[in-house]
Design a protein around this ligand. Sequence first.
Ligand code: ZN
Length: 48
Amino acid sequence: MMGKMNKLENCPECNSKLNENETIQYCENCGYWTNKGTVRFDSIAIFA
Ligand SMILES: [Zn+2]
């Protein structure tokens, strides 16, 4: 199933398996990291 977008399986830099925590995915090999999935800006989005 193509569930979540923006979810990586492997590091785009070195192609190692990515680890993840609650908010980011990260690579222990090269130090690459990226935000996981959708970042919620709704609470800080202000339309004046
Ligand atoms: Zn890497």
